[in-house]
Design a protein around this ligand. Structure first.
Ligand SMILES: NC(=O)c1ccc[n+]([C@@H]2O[C@H](COP(=O)([O-])OP(=O)(O)OC[C@H]3O[C@@H](n4cnc5c(N)ncnc54)[C@H](OP(=O)(O)O)[C@@H]3O)[C@@H](O)[C@H]2O)c1
Length: 326
């Protein structure tokens, strides 16, 4: 590990009303850290991120492909490079989507969540995760049961904090109430949020503020669409170009590209790349604790961290952006 000044260039934001600070940018291992990817590149990205002050790494049981392999990759890198830094890291994992066959490998049951957490800890070679999430609301499991499983994860020392992901505002309020009734709390909510996907502005951010819950926004670059990447078509080595990518080529529509082209002009005037402006925009609301980026190279992480040099927007810029996004 090379950068002894890693903490000076990063901004750390308080996560809701908790004692925990998270970096303004966190790194997610959904894509490009699986068994199909190159270990050396995954390692270079994690080291680059940490050297730039990114202390938070986000995982889930099913990240890969194959499912589980991103946790294995992270475990290897933790062991080879970061063991002495464990207490400087916030590592999260989740369970909620299908992970293994049969009735116990999906959803929000206590059975699934706690078995999955044990598997995640084994794959990563750690005793505890910092945050354990219910990855999605499960309409078929009583919310009491899912929250009691998160509470147990914390009480047993296998997780330090509990989180929820993609829960709607009302579900979030109920989850928070249940955790409080157990003398626990919901630390954080992980929703999607970017210039092209703004559902959290319709009630979720207000609910989080009222409950003192932090917010970490996933896909802040709309999986890469809010960058220069797709301006001239779909590159083969991009997420939309790869067979294992979750971004489908059909999602990169003409309408999206015309918005992106217009947004890019504003970014240029701000002397930022479009990616940097898109990240600054997600962070403009101080209820958003962290923007959870993905990356396929150390260079992208470097570019994205430079966002912090200009996080402010003028009213005029915000209006211009609104007009483009309408
Ligand atoms: N809770 C949930 O249900 C959920 C769902 C989805 C994601 N997440 C979390 O959120 C994390 C981030 O999601 P995401 O990867 O979709 O985030 P994202 O930041 O919106 O997209 C990341 C992709 O954008 C491209 N990119 C990043 N920086 C770039 C730059 N400077 N210039 C050009 N292209 C750039 C890269 O695409 P290429 O690979 O094409 O280069 C990169 O893989 C995940 O890893 C995961 O931890 C959570």
């Amino acid at each position: 590990m090379s950068n002894l000044n890693r903490y000076s260039g990063m901004q750390y934001n308080r996560c809701g009303q908790s004692g925990l600070m998270l970096p303004a940018l966190s790194l997610g291992l959904w894509h490009n850290f699986g068994g199909v990817d190159t270990l050396e590149n995954s390692r270079a990205m994690i080291i680059k991120a940490f050297d730039l002050g990114i202390t938070h790494f986000d995982l889930a049981n099913n990240y890969g492909p194959p499912a589980g392999s991103a946790e294995e990759t992270f475990g290897k890198i933790l062991k080879s490079d970061l063991t002495t830094h464990r207490d400087e890291l916030i590592i999260s994992s989740k369970a909620g989507y299908r992970m293994w066959d049969g009735p116990y490998g999906d959803g929000g049951s206590r059975k699934y969540l706690l078995a999955s957490l044990d598997q995640s800890l084994k794959r990563m070679g750690i005793d505890y995760v910092d945050i354990f999430y219910s990855h999605r609301f499960d309409p078929d499991t009583p919310l009491d049961e899912t929250m009691a499983a998160l509470d147990y994860a914390v009480r047993s020392g296998k997780a330090l904090y509990a989180g929820i992901s993609s829960y709607r505002p009302q579900q979030t309020l109920e989850a928070s109430k249940i955790l409080k009734s157990l003398n626990n709390r919901c630390l954080i909510h992980q929703p999607s949020y970017n210039m092209l996907d703004r559902w959290i502005e319709d009630g979720l951010l207000d609910a989080l503020e009222a409950e003192g819950i932090g917010c970490i926004a996933f896909c802040p670059l709309a999986q890469g669409m809010l960058t220069d990447k797709y301006l001239k078509g779909i590159p083969k080595d991009s997420r939309a170009g790869k067979p294992t990518g979750f971004l489908r080529p059909q999602q990169v529509t003409k309408q999206v590209i015309s918005k992106v082209t217009a947004l890019r002009k504003i970014a240029r005037q701000r002397e930022q790349s479009l990616a940097q402006m898109a990240l600054a925009w997600v962070l403009r609301d101080n209820r958003v604790t962290s923007a959870l980026i993905g990356a396929s190279s150390p260079g992208q992480i470097e570019e994205n961290v430079k966002t912090l040099k200009n996080l402010k927007f003028t009213e005029k810029e915000l209006t211009q952006i609104e007009n483009i996004l309408k």
